[in-house]
Ligand binder design. Sequence first.
Ligand code: FAD
Length: 637
Amino acid sequence: MQLISHAPTGPIAQSWDKHKFDLKLINPANKRKYNIIVVGSGLAGGAAAASLGELGYNVQCFCYQDSPRRAHSIAAQGGINAAKNYHNDGDSIYRLFYDTVKGGDFRSREANVYRLAQVSVNIIDQCVAQGVPFAREYGGLLDNRSFGGAQVSRTFYARGQTGQQLLLGAYQALERQIGLGTVKMHPRMDMLDLIVVDGQARGIVTRSLYDGKIEVHMADAVVLATGGYGNVFYLSTNAKGCNATAIWRAYKRGALFANPCFTQIHPTCIPVAGEYQSKLTLMSESLRNDGRIWVPKQPGDKRAPGSIPESERDYYLERRYPSFGNLVPRDIASRAAKAECDSGRGVGETGLGVYLDLADAIQRLGKRTIAERYGNLIEMYERITGENPYQVPMRIYPASHYTMGGLWVDYNLMSTIPGLFVLGEANFSDHGANRLGASALMQGLADGYFIIPYTIGDYLATAKPAKVSADSPAAKEAVANATAITNKLLNGNGTRTVDSFHRELGKIVWDNCGMGRNEAGLKKALAQIPALREDFWKNVRVLGANEEFNQSLERAGRVADFFELAELMCLDALDRRESCGGHFREEYQTPEGEALRDDANYSYVAAWEYQGESRSPALTKEPLTFNYVHPSQRSYK
Ligand SMILES: Cc1cc2nc3c(=O)[nH]c(=O)nc-3n(C[C@H](O)[C@H](O)[C@H](O)COP(=O)(O)OP(=O)(O)OC[C@H]3O[C@@H](n4cnc5c(N)ncnc54)[C@H](O)[C@@H]3O)c2cc1C
């Protein structure tokens, strides 16, 4: 297969405008003749469904929660980037573009990233117009803070609840369209398969989570905005329901999966406390604006943090990276924390933790200011750990958080299946091998509000999809496939719970394809995962029936897909014999322990194509070229 990115050539600053002009339009009266399915109602899907409804298309929007308002985007805490330069501190579209390409360790497409930076400024205007209550300065202007990988303040925020407020904005826009009748919302529906007719995406198969009813929904185009797959690790900062099923089943129908091994381990999460924990909690990166990260200089020092004098503390990020200090990008901060813990200087009972200390900031700014900035995060930390961060430093450790990999999309956000578009965290598009903090919300909203409304029209006007029936053989085959998987899960007579398998799988992936990866570990994982998967299908016990609200069944299907995806992640990680961003192959590092890229051989997007159950997936490479930000060894020193 040949991958054509459709990324425009010519001066990058004009390329999106020129591209938009070249895209075909559909006249307003004709838009209502087209049906579009949007799976997902988070920031990417919610924004897309609302915008497409506003344009006049007939939109069917699906989510598995009881309300679009509960999409996982609601959990986003710290903020959203935009190159507004309100602080007059040297920011610009070009600088956001530069920081993002560099932050992603030169493994993203320049044209996409430039467009993202351009569109970022419109997002803020749109959200303000919707009434999103961004934090403001005394004079009334929107306030900003800094996130990792940037030396400017460009992160807009609403306390530690930015995702929630942005989602309320998108939700209101969506509700307006629901009220107007352009969007029909289908909550509590699980997409279980994609229907492909004559090579085009023409519909989906869903299962009602209320009563198990399997349904077919046909359309002229399908948009997937189903979020990331960080829960493959079992323990992650993602909501428990986050899953890969929609994109994975689309992969099995022919959509290529790009860079599956590019996953993000976030440096500031509450450390694991026990073997039976099922969820990890993020402490937003925004805390690194005011929190200083340190460990005791002496390995094995078990004194309480307050008893360790300044001279015996190592503020290791400030020491190693004086220019960026505590605000180095996530991949670098995570690896540095791991290195400290591996050398015996980790804190807390398990030794898998470092301190994030607000004491200096409280002394400098006062407790009230700190509470205004991070109050809800501090309260959350105290509720979970029983420790008060106003009095003692927080303990943090890296955890699985975000997935840069996802379905391959071209510049128009279309996958390798014509008519199948993929938005937000579900696609691989803009973050390369490491996403900068506060850039996921930006990308999801850019995709949903500002890109898909243009590109989907061009597809429909060009492809002119013919009428298809829900009785088509492809639809029937997809229904049979979804039903067979459900029955197989229910008919097993094993003894182990779905969660116990997921936990074991997650540990294999974390140990071998997590913060550090090496050839031997990846090969071991590639032997362990299929064996465990086989055991899963023999020994899993799914209680209850199909015709009822059955979360055990829901989870079982998702875990079955995680097994297959985990294998692809390890295969991709093994194949990429270099380190870049969050993909740290221990064999390839600089003398200082930083990621060592191999641009001559690996400057490409790795896109994997499903070849059937018994065959290895095929790799296609999309070469990456850099005409503006020239690849160099990333330095934050
Ligand atoms: C704790 C936390 C804090 C974060 N903070 C920030 C931050 O401050 N700034 C930032 O930029 N990013 C942040 N992120 C990342 C960011 O929140 C996500 O990347 C982003 O919200 C994903 O949005 P999305 O629309 O792509 O997917 P989601 O919000 O995950 O939405 C997915 C949608 O798809 C639906 N769906 C999924 N599968 C199916 C299926 N099979 N069938 C039907 N529907 C399905 C769901 O119901 C949901 O509606 C944070 C992430 C976490 C975990």
